[in-house]
Design a protein around this ligand. Sequence first.
Ligand SMILES: [Fe+2]
Length: 263
Amino acid sequence: MTFSALETRGFIVLKSFLDTEDIARAIEEYNQIKVKRGIMQGRCVIMEKFGKLIDKISFETNLKINSINFGAAYFDTGVFTNSWHQDHEPYYKWQNSYDSINLWAPIIKIKSNISGIEIVPFDNLASKISKELLESEFIGKGAKSFKSQPTQTTVYDDEDGKTFTLDFSLSEISEIPEMSVGDAIVMRGDLLHKTQDANSRRVAMSIRATNGNGIITKEKFLSGCQRKRMMINANPKGFEMLNQLFLKEGRDTATVFDIMKNL
Ligand SMILES: [Fe+2]
C-alpha cells in the first residue's frame, strides 16, 4: 500500500480496513448514543489500528500526524447530509488542515456506489486553477462552503469572510470512490467533500488525527469573520481549552498537544 496519494490527491481508499468485529463495535457504539443533528459523538473503537495507520502515514508521506484528536462522529444520511465544504471546526481549532486526517468508513451501507462521499481530488483541482490560488486558498486551509452550479462555483470563505467565484462546477472534477461497509477513505483535512446522496440509509464512522506539535496562535484564533465567531461561540465546549489558554491564561501560542492533554 502506498500512501503518496495523500500528498498528490489528498486521499486514499483502504479496502476492508475494518474487520467484522470493528464494524460490530462501531454499530454498537452508534446505537448507544443519541443523535444530535444526525452527528453522533462517540469513542474511537479502533484506537490501536488507527494508531498504526497514522504511524505508517507519517513515515511514508510528508504529513505530520501523531495525535488522535477526537472520539468518533457518526454520520447518518437518514438525518444529516452535507453539501460541498472544507471542514470548519478542525481548522478553527488546529489552524492547519494539511497535517490532519479524517478516516471515514461506512458501517451501514447497502450498495458500494450510492450514498457514499463525493470528493474533489487536489490534482483535479490543480488542473483548473492557478498554483497561486491553490496554495493561498486551498492547501492546508479549511472553513469553506461552496455553492456548485452548472458552470461556476461560489466559494464562501468562513475564516475571513470573503467570497469568490471559480469558473467551473465542482461536479466536473469530483470523484465518488466506490465504498462498501468496512472500506475506509482517509482524507486530508483540507479535502473538499460532500455527502454523495441520501437516497439510501448509510451510517459512516469518522475519526480524526492531527499533528500534536502543530502551533496554534491566539492571533489567528481570535481573528476572522462574524460567521467564524458565531460558530466558535455556538460550541463553547469544543473550544473550551483554546479559550482557557489564550483568553484566561493570556498565552500567545499553544501546541495541539497542549490542548489535547487538558481535554
Ligand atoms: Fe466534513
